[in-house]
Design a protein around this ligand. Structure first.
Ligand code: C6P
Length: 415
């Protein structure tokens, strides 16, 4: 049993020691980092993997036969295996490295969408989606004269599945929804969403940006067709992530970008393409960050996702209860089934003012529309204050957030 996780109880102080960035003063106060849904902090082992690569074996991959190139290639491919195991994919070639969720969704829209959507077809997304799971579908639907249908969201921030089942028809070709909402935290019933879509022969893409650090992911069990992950939201580096796709679909899809590595043979008359996953990995990839992502996977595995989720849901419950007891605070997103994200508004105080005043106390939260403008419109607001928790956060930090909010409220009310 590791020292970070002892029989289901996480040693949070030890875990915090792994994150150098947490141990600093911001505006003269100890940093309280509650913006983990935007990006999580990185443990030492991830940072060390990056410096090790550049100090010891920086080389391009898949091309050289010299020792450094072979070492870099091996480490890069070991992350592919780690990600295959992390999401329980059947085949290793179903894991494609991308820059993250945004690129993964764009890849599917631009290749699968362009190849298989026809005039009159329909794509379904939900009202909970991040702009990166809206705009690529708008672009391809415009191009192919297909239409985009939206699953409405209930008052507590859940998808309305009754309406969803009525939206589905033989015209539905793609359904794209998130596993967990970045703005509200809602965990969506994706297995049900997928089964219903498959009954009509549609393929389903799941945006896993907000689930990968918190929830077990088994792509074979849920039977999704595509699953997208960003490394930086799961303690890994920025600039990398994966697209999982079922082998038979990836094989049928045209390439996304042309260039080195994605080809078998090139003549001026004709090019033949490489096998998957390389068909979708044109050019020199983000080698160092992919290699360091492996350490993020190891970190999560060592702690155990169940243990992480248990700690975070305790934090979420603690924060939500305290927040709802503050005067003039209204929670936005109150589904029972949530990852550790709590959005709220304070009547009469703009969210940017709240964020700025909290920052003067060293407290980092996100404010605004969180790249989900249609969702904000659904709730008749411009934006929220969002506190999002990771495994290294503590109840003491939530107490500091509450103290800060009380000060904001009394200051603004007495102005
Ligand atoms: N959400 C947030 O503060 P990228 O930027 O490609 O790594 O991830 C995009 C993305 C897609 N889907 C969801 C559900 C997301 O939460 C995000 C990123 C961050 O909420 C930055 S906007």
């Amino acid at each position: 049993m590791s020292s970070l996780a002892e029989t289901r109880i996480l040693n949070i102080e030890k875990i915090r020691d792994e994150f150098p960035v947490l141990h600093q003063l911001v505006n003269g106060k100890p940093l309280v980092y509650l913006d983990n849904a935007a990006t999580s902090q990185k443990p030492k082992r991830v940072i060390k993997a990056l410096t090790d690569f550049y100090e010891c074996y920086n080389a391009n991959i898949h091309r050289g036969i010299h020792t450094l190139a072979e070492k870099a290639t091996k480490a890069y491919e070991e992350t592919r295996l780690a990600m295959q195991q992390f999401i329980h994919a059947k085949h290793i070639e179903e894991i494609i490295f991308t820059r993250g969720v945004t690129e993964s969704i764009n890849l599917v829209a631009a290749t699968y969408g362009r190849a298989f959507l026809k005039e009159g077809d329909e794509v379904i997304i939900s009202g909970l989606e991040h702009h990166s799971n809206i705009v690529p579908w708008q672009i391809i639907c415009d191009e192919k004269k297909a239409s985009l249908k939206i699953i409405p969201i209930t008052e507590i921030g859940e998808m309305d599945l009754d309406v969803y089942s009525k939206l589905l028809s033989s015209r539905t070709k793609i359904v794209a929804v998130n596993h967990a909402s970045n703005s509200l935290g809602t965990i969506n019933p994706i297995k049900e969403v997928i089964t219903l879509a498959h009954n009509f022969g549609a393929v389903v893409l799941i945006d896993g940006a907000q689930s990968s650090a918190h929830l077990e992911i088994d792509v074979q069990d849920i039977d999704c067709d595509f699953y997208c992950i960003s490394s930086h939201k799961m303690y890994g580096p920025t600039g990398t992530g994966i697209l999982y796709g079922k082998k038979n679909l990836l094989e049928r899809m045209p390439p996304y970008m042309g260039g080195g590595e994605m080809i078998k043979d090139v003549t001026f008359a004709k090019t033949t393409f490489n096998e998957i996953p390389y068909k979708f990995e044109a050019g020199t990839p983000n080698i160092a960050d992919v290699i360091a992502l492996h350490e993020a996977v190891n970190f999560i595995k060592e702690l155990g996702k169940e243990n992480i989720a248990a700690h975070e849901s305790e934090l979420l419950q603690y924060a939500s209860e305290k927040l709802s007891n503050l005067p003039s605070v209204r929670l936005v997103g109150t589904s029972k089934n949530k990852v550790s994200v709590q959005s709220f508004v304070i009547e009469g105080i703009h969210h940017f003012d709240v964020g700025q005043m909290l920052d003067t106390r060293g407290i980092a939260v996100r404010t605004g529309h969180h790249c989900t403008q249609p969702l904000m419109e659904r709730f008749g607001i411009e934006g929220t204050v969002r506190a999002s928790f990771a495994v290294y956060n503590t109840k003491a930090e939530i107490d500091l957030l509450m103290e800060g909010l009380q000060r904001v409220i009394s200051f603004m009310n007495n102005k």
